[in-house]
Design a binder for this molecule. Structure first.
Ligand code: NAD
Ligand code: ZN
Ligand code: ZN
Length: 365
């Protein structure tokens, strides 16, 4: 019997999202049905509704979530009903050419539920990042449900499912930030602040936060930024050089998704420095660089998909860090909202008023 529940749907490019009745099937083989407790509003949800990711409308949005497993299908061994889980948008398949090369964090064929969720009239929904968690229950591949310590707050835990993991991993894994490194982070939203926290956890000595919004820069200090630069008022490349004895940083992390900030991150590096791009561009964006600068500066330019994380390894670890007081996740939660307030939350995000709005479902209220 399919479950009829409310979900947040983006029907067409740029139109406001709406709350509609959706149908979620019972789990088939390898699938898990999860009762969602909390789901953060990530900028990527807005990218979906802007048509900047794919054209496969209608979308069931939401992908930064924690909840409780309600039922599992045949052949599921990693989770059982009652388990508290964070949903991951990477569940390595184990058989693609990247997994077989021993690099499952790049898996090219991540697992998702095979049965579709639909609107009440049967229209098939595309679940954002294979999750679709702005819904009271959602259907995922069981490997996407990662069991963590149930004493963690759902609102905080859910954030690990996307933005926080992407930012922490951009610093710790993709950027390889190490003890004594200098780092600059461009864009201090949820993702950028997590990159700041990840740099601090990895032992960076200087962490320069760059944003165009003073409020964001103030918040960034709370996450561990040692210096701040307002990129709307000064040239951030020059300011970063001034803060690093004229050298530039070892690791520059772009967490906006715009050509100008990518270029700034490129030029803000020291020789042989690493640039990480974790911000998601839209398909119209291009960047032009002098080839000699690319060659002459050396180092590495690295896109970061989900912070190169392995959810089964990283989510339980990060929740343990959180419970031990070593990773402040509550600080990201600017507000908790109801399912019909996602469109408002997009506007608050665009106006820079929030780090994370988190939809709370009845199950957690
Ligand atoms: N690569 C991944 O796996 C992954 C995962 C999650 C999110 N993302 C992407 O990361 C990006 C950031 O996500 P978020 O949720 O933190 O978004 P957000 O909107 O909360 O934060 C973006 C920040 O960038 C700042 N900004 C805008 N223009 C700027 C400029 N010119 N210079 C400096 N700062 C500027 C804004 O003031 C804001 O603080 C988005 O593009 C999102 O899609 C990527
Ligand atoms: Zn794979
Ligand atoms: Zn996201």
């Amino acid at each position: 019997m399919p479950h009829e529940v409310q979900g947040v749907i983006a029907r067409s490019k740029g139109s406001p999202v709406s709350v509609e009745t959706i149908r979620v099937p019972d789990p088939g083989p390898e699938e898990a049905l999860v009762r969602v407790q909390a789901c953060g509003v990530c900028h990527t949800d807005l990218h979906y509704r802007e048509g900047a990711i794919t054209d496969d409308f209608p979308f069931l949005l939401g992908h930064e979530a924690a909840g409780v497993v309600e039922a599992v299908g045949e052949g599921v061994h990693n989770v059982a009903p009652g388990d508290f889980v964070i949903l991951a948008w990477r569940a390595p398949c184990g058989t693609c050419r990247s997994c077989l090369k021993g690099r499952p964090w790049y898996c090219f064929d991540s697992k998702n539920a095979t049965q579709p969720m639909t609107l009440a009239d049967g229209t098939v929904l595309t679940a954002a990042l294979g999750i679709g968690a702005f819904a009271e229950v959602t259907l995922v591949d069981a490997a996407q449900a990662v069991k963590v310590d149930p004493t963690a707050s759902p609102a905080a835990a859910g954030l690990i499912g996307c933005g926080v993991m992407a930012g922490l991993g951009a610093a710790m894994y993709t950027g390889g930030v190490g003890r004594g490194d200098t780092v600059a982070v461009f864009g201090c939203g949820g993702v950028g602040n997590a990159a700041i926290q990840g740099s601090a956890l990895a032992g960076a000595r200087k962490i320069i936060a760059v944003d165009i919004d003073e409020k964001k820069l103030e918040w960034a200090k709370g996450f561990g930024a040692t210096d701040t630069v307002n990129g709307g008022q000064v040239d951030p490349v020059e300011a970063i050089k001034d803060l690093t004895d004229g050298l530039g940083v070892d690791v520059a992390i772009e967490a906006v998704g715009r050509p100008e900030t990518m270029k700034q991150a490129f030029f803000a590096r020291d020789l042989a420095g690493t640039m990480v791009q974790v911000g998601v561009p839209d398909p119209t964006m291009t960047v032009e660089l002098p080839m000699l600068e690319f060659f002459g500066r050396g180092g590495a330019l690295k896109p970061s998909w989900y912070g190169d994380c392995l959810p089964s390894r990283d989510f339980p670890m990060l929740i343990d860090f959180y419970l031990a007081g070593r990773l402040d996740l509550d600080r990201y939660v600017s507000e908790t909202i109801a399912i019909d307030e996602v469109e408002d939350a997009f506007h608050k995000m665009e106006r820079g008023e929030v780090l994370r709005s988190v939809v709370m479902f009845d199950a957690a209220r």
